[in-house]
Design a protein around this ligand. Sequence first.
Ligand code: GAL
Length: 679
Amino acid sequence: MHPADAVAIDGRRRLRPAGIAFGGDYNPEQWPEQVWAEDVALMKEAAVTMVTAGIFSWAKAEPRPGEYDFGWFDRVMDKLATAGVAVCLATMTASPPPWLSRLHPEILPETADGRRMWPGGRQHYCPSSGVYREHATRLVERLATRYAGHPALEMWHIGNEYGCHTPMCWCDESAADFRRWLSERYGDVEALNDAWSTAFWAQHYESFDEVLPPRLAPTFPNPAQQLDFARFSDDALLRCYLAEKEVLRRITPDVPVTTNFIGVHKHVDAFRWAAEQDVVSVDVYQDPHDPDTHVSAGFVFDVTRSARAGQPWMLMEQAPSAVNWRHRNGPKPPGRMRLWSWQAVAQGADAVLYFQWRQSRGGAEKFHSAMLPHGGTGTRTFREVRDLGRELASVPQIAGTRSTAEVALVLDWNSWWALELDSHPSTALNQTDIALAHYRPLFEAGVTCDVVPPDRDLSAYRLVVVPNLYLLKEQDAERLTGFVRGGGHLLVSFFSGIVDDCDRVHLGGYPAPLREVLGLRVEEFWPPAEKETVDVRHPDGTVSRADLWSEVVVLEGAQTVADFGSGPLAGRPAITRHSFGEGSAWYVATRLAPEAMRALTEEVCRTAGVGPVLAGLPRSVQATVREGDGRRFVFLLNHGQEPAEIQLPEPMADALAPGTASTDRITLPAAGVAVLSKP
Ligand code: GAL
């Protein structure tokens, strides 16, 4: 293909061929220059079309303050350009060089108990540090100026996994920044006193100067202070990102920017950050020892896909096989890396990249797998990588297509932060666990699901699922109420709608802002003891087990669908349904066992008229659709350990098996993938 025919992720003309980008992190500074030619040759062999380079290059690119050495990097960029490999160029600021913390130890972050985090690992900077940002943006200015017109440059990769190791810092500079942030948020200190309920425990502030981050205290620090500190810390990281983005926009206004999320990460509000990116990207490290790893990965993919309303996104990092940072690091069994990579594409990715290209010889990640392992090209990992690269290259027409969903699951970072604070009826509530408990049955039923913040327009959905939305603003509750009134269906789980934006209880009976739509009131929270279970009796006579939470539900128009069958709440509602306006609102007052959750989800989906992409599939087979511009692809992925027989509604052809006839019956082997379209 002539380079002029190439189209990049965002649709601009670029070096690499059109289609799904394939490649990974490239860290040439770890290797002598003679190795680079082999790198590029093997990249071609593996059909690599994009690398993300320079992530940890600061110390080599600026060996002494203000003295830059980009000569070596020019040669890397030129080699890649000559080979037609596009570069997602990192801004090099993820790990500051030793000279910076020696000259300015004040950039080093501090923990809540005042311990300093020293250099020697990475990401050892306080997100509020002015000195760090000044040096980082100065480097970015040089980098952007130097490579603005380079043919290999396709996009910018700002920082790396913001908040991965240092999501928060409690040092004096952070404290000053926090005070500044608070005075902007509240204007005067009395507004802060009100928001933080400081009349409690003699915490009233006379001026912002008295306010500190929630450092180690004799007992529970003020919850609203902790919540604001989580917001502030997310914001401080975002400001690091924005400071670099501002430089890049000024110098290279046409080059798209991204930064890679660490999965769905508590400290970084993906919905807020996505608005500041041109393309969203994410890192996902499936655990081969976890039989459900594809479900949690699926959740991350759907969050990422939804973050910019369905726009194709990038899988920026995954492991070609094992990682090095779990207690037991199992390799990906044959075929699973291919399957899980296709899963990302099936859920909307237009890029499949890895950490990293060549396995490190030394350093903390030498036992982390790489596309090119220590053992070289004669290894299973390299073969699987190369085969996948070629396979992805054979179906460029997938790129740019999108999925649509009729179901949305609500996730809100503010509520997540507040839900998991201490001093609650139970400290065992975990936002992602409960979100996954709701997500899993949708995933297994083959129902495509967006994940959205509570202020997103809901009108395109038939069903909205709200797991543990503890913190809920009045206007968002009104939006949910209006959604049901207008004919939507809503499924809400326990301990939702409890507090306002400042972690103050909505008075008038829990969950006050949702009482009308749910047709009930919760009088008392009743979390069972650890490991205790309670029975739930279903209308079909079956009994399931629930745990973690229960509560006293008083009906105010809703009907009981299932009740507690044991324990202190026996006979009281456990699941309710309220016909409201043109729609219905369901409520679950406990954590149901997976089977019961599955049955409930099926019933709610039926009521909402929501169906799977393909009916009648085995639970282990995932099906998704991507379409656009007259193209339509059905992806089938067998996550099980056995072959699956699949009956299609009409004959279709598998784009991954060119030359084979269209058929309406497919046998998908374990870990098998099919990409179907109508002939
Ligand atoms: C990511 C990080 C990479 C690499 C990888 C190993 O969190 O961005 O640089 O460390 O993990 O799994």
